[in-house]
Ligand binder design. Structure first.
Ligand code: MG
Length: 392
């Protein structure tokens, strides 16, 4: 791997929170990637979903396949830009670890339950997973990842939460939210690869589910341009039985065009800003970017998916049920913490025994427990505790 001077170099990492000797055969970022792949939270991504619920079909994307797609897109772009592929892969594989069951519906329900107790943010939860909640190592909680991987995982963070992080970790991963600085170029790249991946696969899943049609997609300049290109190169794809193949080819062309666009626009931004190293790049406006025209077309696709897919009555109905499942679970566990698995029940008991009581901490245990659940475990727990079979 040939790294540009503005790429993150594992030999000059800002380090781990707990000292560990270097691994003999792997760089610090490769080791982070391996720790993430071996974590419990990573395995749970198989049964967590974003738009469609896990039981709705076996072929829809899960958080696991989404994370792999982000890692693969990210690595391709990183290689072309001379950025650190291993770091990109580590961030991409970890970026969704803190997601609740039932996608955005689960996240907003849990955030509503946690109002008055510090709220719930999935990016912050991803960091909690790798910093505290994974219990795998004898010497520390969490996975003890490098600063660079943790910085990339914390994509967004409110000012209040950034202040809390800063209090325990001065000049740490919360700092940039207080000083309007950017993360490394590898972290910036993961954000964009995330967006490219979900726009493309939600089009695919949306059509597969029957909730959006090929006719609707033709209204979108970004998709239609590549549909026309595919038809021009392969006229037989116009036959109705070839519709699925036409969709795949259009998406493939769209993905490639977006990847080339990011590479070109970012190379131009880097050439004009001339970052000398990573810390210099962090002080500049974001350099990893789409060109203006692709940005506009990508935003139009995002807006389309918001209106036609994420707010489709059928999706909204299922998500409303999912929200009430999360809400019910939160109330039940808050009242009867002994219903949680032993580690969480014990943590809740410790919190409850505190004088004076700290209600936010006791509620945080419940939020951690629910956030870690897969869609199907949450549905099963809900059925066990309420006798109602809402999602199974
Ligand atoms: Mg994502």
């Amino acid at each position: 791997m040939i790294l540009e001077p503005y790429a993150c170099d594992p030999a000059r990492s800002l380090g781990r929170r707990f000292f560990e000797p270097e691994a003999p055969t792997r760089t610090a970022f490769q080791r982070d990637r391996d720790r993430i792949v071996h974590s419990t939270a990573f395995r749970r991504l198989v049964y967590k979903t974003q738009v469609f619920l896990n039981h709705e079909g076996d072929l829809f994307r899960t958080r696991m396949t989404h994370s792999l797609e982000v890692a693969q897109l990210g690595r391709s772009i990183a290689r072309a830009l001379g950025l650190n592929e291993d770091l990109v892969e580590a961030i991409a594989l970890a970026h969704d670890l803190g997601h609740t069951p039932f996608g955005h519906a689960g996240q907003s329900a849990l955030n509503a339950c946690m109002q008055g107790y510090g709220g719930f943010e999935h990016n912050l939860q991803s960091l909690r997973v790798v910093d505290q909640l994974e219990e795998r190592y004898p010497q520390f909680d969490g996975l003890n990842l490098t600063f660079e991987t943790r910085e990339g995982i914390l994509k967004h963070c409110s000012r209040n939460h950034a202040l809390e992080i800063e209090a325990v970790e001065p000049a740490g991963v919360g700092s940039r939210f207080l000083h309007n600085a950017q993360p490394s170029l590898e972290a910036q790249l993961c954000n964009l690869a995330d967006e490219i991946a979900y726009n493309a696969h939600d089009v695919d899943d949306g059509v597969r589910s029957g909730l959006i049609s090929m006719e609707q997609l033709q209204e979108l300049p970004l998709v239609d341009e590549f549909r026309q290109q595919a038809l021009a190169a392969h006229p037989h794809l116009a036959d109705p039985p070839q519709a699925r193949r036409l969709l795949y080819e259009s998406i493939r062309l769209m993905l490639s065009a977006q990847v080339y666009d990011v590479i070109e626009a970012t190379q131009a931004a880097i050439a004009s800003a001339q970052p000398s190293d990573v810390s210099h790049a962090r002080t500049m406006p974001a350099l990893v970017q789409f060109g203006a025209s692709m940005r506009e077309r990508s935003l139009a696709l995002k807006a389309f998916l918001m209106h036609k897919l994420y707010r489709h009555p059928q999706v909204v109905d299922t998500m409303a049920v999912a929200q009430s499942v999360v809400h019910d679970l939160f109330l039940i566990y808050s009242e009867k913490p002994g219903e949680m698995q032993s580690g969480f029940a014990a943590r809740a008991a410790t919190e409850q025994a505190r004088t004076p009581p700290v209600p936010a901490e006791a509620r945080r245990v419940v939020a951690d427990y629910i956030a870690g659940m897969t869609d199907r475990f949450a549905a099963k727990e809900h059925a066990r505790l309420t006798g109602k079979h809402m999602l199974v």
